[in-house]
Write a protein that binds this ligand. Structure first.
Ligand code: VG1
Ligand code: CO
Length: 547
């Protein structure tokens, strides 16, 4: 017999639950662990939603420190709020793309994902929480703004007085009137991947001696990658490294880039390198792709996958369109033009792709920040991108490097890099952006270094489907030769400000395709620093991270 559980109302005081950022609320664990803090935010989510009584909610996270504690709080609050069922990943685990998959497949009302993505985890590090809508994607700005507004007025939350739920055993139990269903976090996701990609062809590739390394970075993709790559596709045991989700990710930044995935990069650029290397981030939505001695920029990855998408069963009918975030390079635009399909340019953050995907205006989408995905879910999807690369390699018989070089030969190379200045003083960072806005109108036609300025603008976006407008999405400094520098402040950091400088230069000449990226971009980097007064305003002469 289950004891009768009663709902308790707790008085609380409003808090400022952060302006809607790039994705959800991200803070130090210590902030979330303050009395009522998490509860206030969860109640603010529920108070901003309508019509969920008796409906299902999906809950899971990337397994970082505080994940299990937060899951229990959310279960008890969902029961008090009147949800009919919560689908929770076993052990509290669900990658971001898998949560999106489950929300869609099980027709849930929405989902709560616990993650601070690629930010470090542990008692002194970051935690995060985001709400996803019934379509499976991140809440659009109207919803996140409603949640934010609610955090400023909230006076009470409701929680069931009950013992913790066993979230480690598959199956159903009850929490008050609500059913808690503990699900296999991998099953639905793996089944979806089997419908999109030619698993038999990929299996033959591995049988033929193709070797790969997948670095799960001690984060959530370990169980997914092990099941799909090793168990279902026959990749050699040990293909997946750092495959057990750890509460502190082994002390690393689970961020799949050239700096943080050093172990993988060293192997792929070392002797006896495998044919393909890949890594994913904390919550499994990012990917980095490496060939043997070869790095694929995320922008090129989107372009190459778009070029060859039809070899994959799930995309055999062709693409309806491509969408990329504004700072992502324009390599995918050239592929879209060749395919005769639109290429949409959206603000940074996956939430802006949702309407395009729902309306059938785009099939593939991507961001320069190691995010690639499609209309199969409504989040970016790290392992999906790896499987698509494997499918393209298997179908064409070409290596990763050969595929990218063939793309450059056909379309030209878009030389691209992002320079991040992390932990900058917030006032200095805002001042830099204000400075750019102020000088913008006078810049057109001016010569700076080897470039002539075409114009500078502050990117604003009108959603072509629902008409919603988003302004101040990044400063674009455009030059007459097609080169471009974008300046934007991060919306996901948890300490100080992070200035991101995105550099892009088109190189049609095949004789120059081998040029080192930073060397090729050196003049543009110098101009970006001079125009934005980066050193003078931030006190930094070098970026913290170059990708
Ligand atoms: C960063 C990336 C952005 C991405 C976001 C969430 O945002 O630049 O492209 O959508 O992280 O990714 P920002 O505002 O810090 O630049 V994840 O993997 O945290 O969901
Ligand atoms: Co992520």
């Amino acid at each position: 017999m289950t004891a009768v559980a009663t709902s308790r109302t707790v008085d609380t005081t409003p808090f400022d639950g952060q302006k809607p950022g790039t994705s959800g609320l991200r803070k130090k664990v210590k902030a979330f662990a303050q009395p009522h803090y998490l509860e206030n935010f969860v109640q603010s989510i529920f108070d901003s939603l309508d019509g969920f009584a008796g409906q299902a909610l999906v809950v899971g996270g990337d397994g970082r420190y505080y994940n299990r504690t937060a899951v229990q709080v959310i279960l008890k609050m969902a029961a008090a709020a009147g949800f009919g069922r919560v689908l929770v990943g076993q052990g509290g685990i669900l990658s971001t793309p898998a949560a999106s998959c489950v929300i869609r497949k099980r027709k849930a009302f929405g989902g709560i994902i616990l993650s601070a993505s690629h930010n470090p985890g542990g008692p002194d590090e970051d935690f995060g929480i985001k709400y996803n809508i019934g379509a499976g994607g991140p809440a659009p700005e109207a919803v996140t703004e409603a949640i934010h507004a609610r955090t400023k007025t909230i006076a009470q939350y409701h929680i069931l007085d009950a013992a913790d739920v066993d979230i480690d055993t598959l199956g159903e139990s009850r929490l008050g009137a609500m059913v808690v269903e503990v699900i296999d976090p991998v099953a639905d996701y793996a089944a979806l991947m089997e419908t999109l990609f030619d698993f038999a062809a990929i299996r033959r590739l591995f049988d033929g001696g193709f070797r790969m390394r997948f670095d799960a970075m001690g984060a959530v993709t370990g169980p997914y990658a092990t099941e799909i790559l090793e168990n279902r596709l026959g990749a050699a045991p040990g293909t997946v490294i750092n495959g057990t989700p750890l509460e502190d990710f082994g002390g690393h930044h689970p961020d799949p880039n050239l700096v943080h995935a050093k172990e993988l990069v060293d192997e792929l650029f070392g002797p006896d390198a495998p044919d393909l290397g890949a890594a994913s981030d904390g919550d499994g939505d990012r990917n980095m792709i490496l060939g043997r001695n070869f790095y694929v920029t995320p922008s090129d990855s989107l372009a190459v996958l778009s070029e060859h998408a039809t070899v994959c069963p799930g995309y055999a009918g062709g693409l309806k369109g491509i969408a990329r975030s504004m700072p992502t390079s324009r390599a995918p635009d050239r592929v879209a033009a060749a395919l005769g399909i639109p290429c949409w340019e959206t603000p940074t953050g996956w939430k802006f792709f949702g309407t395009l995907l729902d309306a059938g205006k785009a099939t593939l989408c991507g961001e320069e920040s190691f995010g690639t995905g499609s209309d199969h879910v409504r989040e970016k999807d790290g392992l999906w991108a790896v499987l698509m690369w494997l499918n393209v390699v298997a179908a064409t018989g070409k290596s990763v490097e050969t595929l990218v070089r063939a793309h450059w030969a056909r379309f030209g190379r878009t030389v691209y890099s992002r320079h991040d200045y992390e932990g900058v003083d917030s006032d200095a960072a805002n001042g830099l952006v204000e400075h750019l806005r102020a000088i913008g109108p006078g810049l057109a036609g001016k010569t700076v270094g080897p470039y002539t300025v075409e114009g500078l603008d502050d990117f604003a976006y009108t959603d072509p489907v629902d008409g919603s407008v988003s302004t101040h999405q990044g400063i674009r400094l455009m030059f007459t030769d097609g080169s471009r520098v974008v300046f934007r402040l991060s919306g996901t950091g948890t300490s100080g400000a992070t200035l991101r400088v995105y550099l892009e230069q088109y190189e049609p000449d095949p004789a120059r395709h081998d040029i080192d990226t930073q060397e090729a971009l050196a003049p543009l980097i110098a101009v970006a620093g001079a125009v934005a007064e980066i050193a003078a305003r931030t006190g930094r002469t070098e970026p913290t991270v170059i990708t």
